[in-house]
Structure formats: C-alpha cells, structure tokens
Design a binder for this molecule. Structure first.
Ligand code: NAD
Ligand code: MG
Length: 398
C-alpha cells in the first residue's frame, strides 16, 4: 500500500528536499497534497511533476493557479485556500503522512490539525512546537500521532536515544540513564566576526550559511543563534528534558548533528554530510531506512571535528531563548513572535542585525507571563508580541 503524503510548505527548501526523497520512492509514497504561499510558478511545476489531488494557496492566488493549471490541462486538481484549506488537507482522512514545513507561526494550526488527526507528522516547523509545546505534545499523545523530528539536530538526538525511550511521565534523563543532550550548532556565517563587524551585517551576508542551504528566515536565525535557541526549546518538548540538561556545542563542520550522553560515560553521536534529505528520509520511513542521494560520509576526506562553547556576548539570542523556556508559560510564544517580526524587519532594512536580540529582549520584558494552557491564549499573545515589536520598530524609526 502506498502512503499518501501532504507537504505543507512544498515550495520551500524543506519542501524541495522532501520531494527529492519522495521522487526516489514512488512505489511507497504518493504526493497527495501540496501548499505554497509565494512562488505559484514553482507550485505549478510541482503539480506537473507529482500530480497531487489537492493544492492550497492564499485566496488571492487562487485565480492565478487555476489559470496556470488549466493551461497545462491539470483540471482535476482541487484548489483550496488559506488556513482553512491547510487545516483540511493536514487532517484529511486519506492522508497518512504530513510534512510540516511551513515557516513560522503560520504553520501552527495546520501542524496541530495533523497531530489531532493522529497522523505521522514530520516536524520541520519548529516554531509551531515552540509556540504550543505542551498542547502539541499532549495532543500527539492523546491522538496517537507520531511526531517525528526533521530538524537535523533533533533527528540526530532521536536516533541516539534508546529505541524504546518513553517521555510520557518522567523526564528521559531520569528514566533512561541520560545525563545530557549535546545540541550542536554550526555557529552560522558570523562565527568568527567581531562584535563591531556584526553591526554592519547585511541580509545577503546573513542568508549565506556556510554548510546548509535554507530559507531566509531560518538562515537569519542561524546567524543570530536564535535558531539554536528555538531548537533548545524544541528539544525540551520533544524529549521531555529540562533545559539545564541541554548543552549547546558549536561544531562548525556540521558533521555531527547532535549527541546524547549517558550516565555510564557513553556519548552517542549521529554523523553525516549536512543534507536535509537524510533526516527527512529517516522520519518518513522510521523505523525502516530508505535510500537517499546523500553521499556517505568519507572520514578520510580531511575531516576535522572542532567543538567550542557558544559566545553569549556576541550572540545574546540563545540566552534569551534559554531564559524564555526557564520562565515557561507564554514566554516561548512571545520570544518566537518577536523574533519573527525582528527577522522580517532586518530583512527589509528596517533594523540592524544587532537590533534583533535587543528587540526580542524588549518585548519579553514588556509582556507579563501567563500560563500557555489554551490555543486562544497562545494566539492572543502571539498577536500582542507582534504588535509590541512593531510599535518598538516604529518608535525607533522616527
Ligand atoms: P522556506 O522559506 O524555504 O519555505 C517556507 C514554506 O512555507 C514555503 O513553501 C512558503 O510558501 C510557505 N509559507 C511561508 N509563509 C507562509 C504563510 N504565511 N502561510 C502558508 N505558507 C507559508 O523555509 P524552509 O527553510 O523550508 O523552512 C521551513 C521550516 O522548516 C521552518 O520552520 C524552518 O525552521 C524548518 N527547518 C528548515 C531547515 C532547512 O534546512 N531549510 C532545517 C531544519 C528546520
Ligand atoms: Mg536544525
């Protein structure tokens, strides 16, 4: 039986890699639904190649994609729109696997819908989990959804954990003999830049990652180290571990994708060339393994594996994330929303690279913490944090 796959965010970088893996395994997987937000021509190309049953676009792009699909004689593809369309396909009865690869908070409701519908959910959209951590994990358990990490670090951690690890009631560190998780970070393009150089960083420089080719937002997050901050929070939820037991290790080569240390002195690492096709294939087929086009690691090819602690002076974003998860409640939602606004403002030339953590710090201090125990509270504080961040940007621009 072929499994039906829904790709939320098919036109993005993770979408690309997912389609690449699926193209190698057409006997096992069918592309059932795809979504895109901006690049309609790319979505039409995907439709031509993979012939999905449903496509989801923003309302204002519906007419455009309809005409283009008609032009190619693709008349049987159903066109849906907006969040309603995304939620519909993510929870569709015919869908077995949902790739959650929309960037940012826009992915929250469709990802949650897939979890509530008990799907195998391949989680790339870390922001959704950062925002809704406890609710998302509770819904996954309640509805027997299989929430599998695609983020390369979390996929690596998952591979290094005992195969039958159980996060249900106790922290994994207590129940499974784990002493700590070592979350690796490449350090981004400015690992060796001075504090004064960081003042003049351009969006183009920030988006040029040394090891990975990714969407703009996550590239900027990698450059500020906020990506590692979001990943720290992601790891705490996925693996039910306290933040004090997650240590960030800068490893510039991105060969080791993360490690798990055990109380007997063992350290298990997952290694591989930096290519998202590997964690995507792993999450798609787990517990089986399937082929990808990623070349095997050649350990004789002059690989040096270097490790160093992160520099919190030059990259304060990571510490802000740690403080947000320590504070708990709504603070991770506020952190995520203000970061999304800050990154967007930086990409549009409204603020400097070094203003990103300052803006987030301002918003975190401005908003009172409350328990994040309902979706309404989470969405309300997401809006409030965005508004607070935008007001700050406007006041500084005058
Ligand atoms: P991207 O910018 O390349 O793609 C984002 C996708 O989301 C696109 O299909 C876009 O059309 C869609 N999208 C954007 N805004 C939307 C909106 N408002 N509503 C609906 N759809 C919208 O990003 P990416 O690099 O593929 O990253 C996607 C997610 O995966 C992010 O959460 C990122 O943190 C995570 N991730 C990416 C990588 C990577 O290597 N690229 C690695 C780990 C995790
Ligand atoms: Mg990652």
């Amino acid at each position: 039986m072929r499994q039906n796959v829904c790709i939320l965010g098919a036109t993005g970088s993770i979408g690309d890699s997912t389609l690449k893996v699926l193209a190698q395994h057409t006997a096992q997987y069918t592309v059932f639904a795809v979504t895109g937000y901006h690049r309609i021509d790319k979505l039409v190309e995907i439709c031509l190649t993979y012939r999905p049953k449903v496509v989801v676009v923003p309302q204002e792009k519906k007419q455009e994609i309809w005409q283009k699909l008609q032009h190619h004689n693709l008349v049987d593809i159903e066109i849906l729109s907006d969040e309603e369309g995304l939620v519909y396909i993510a929870s569709h009865a015919d869908v077995d696997i949902v790739m959650a690869a929309i960037v940012g908070a826009a992915g929250l409701l469709p990802t949650l819908a897939a979890v509530k519908a008990g799907k195998r959910v391949l989680l790339a959209n870390k922001e959704a989990l950062v925002m809704s951590g406890d609710i998302m994990m509770q819904e996954a358990e309640k509805n027997n959804a299989l929430l599998l990490p695609v983020d390369s670090e979390h996929n690596a951690i998952f591979q290094c954990l005992p195969h039958d690890y159980n996060t249900k009631n106790t922290e994994i560190s207590l129940s499974q003999g784990i002493s700590q998780i070592l979350l690796t970070a490449s350090g981004g393009p400015f690992l060796n830049s001075s504090a004064s150089d960081l003042e003049h960083v351009t969006p183009a420089q920030a988006c040029k990652h040394p090891n990975w080719s990714m969407g703009q937002k996550i590239s900027v997050d990698s450059a500020t180290l906020m990506n590692k901050g979001l990943e720290l929070i992601e790891a705490c939820h996925l693996f039910n571990i306290c933040e004090s037991k997650v240590t960030v290790v800068v490893h510039p080569q991105s060969i080791i994708h993360s490690m798990v240390q055990y109380v007997d002195g063992s350290t298990l690492a997952q290694m591989g060339n930096p290519d998202m096709c590997t964690p995507i294939a792993h999450a798609l087929a787990w517990p089986k393994r399937i082929h990808t086009s990623v070349p095997a690691l050649d350990l004789f090819a002059n690989h040096h594996l270097d490790f160093q602690p992160p520099d919190h002076q030059r990259f304060p974003a990571l510490q802000l994330a740690r403080e947000a998860i320590q504070a708990g409640g709504i603070m991770p939602t506020v952190l995520n929303a203000s970061n999304e606004i800050a990154v967007d403002a930086f990409l549009n030339g409204k603020i400097k690279f070094t203003d990103i953590p300052k803006l987030i710090d301002f918003v975190l201090n401005k908003i009172d913490n409350v328990a994040a125990n309902s979706l309404d509270i989470i969405l309300g504080h997401d809006t409030l944090a965005r508004h607070t961040a935008n007001t700050y940007i406007q006041s500084k621009g005058q």
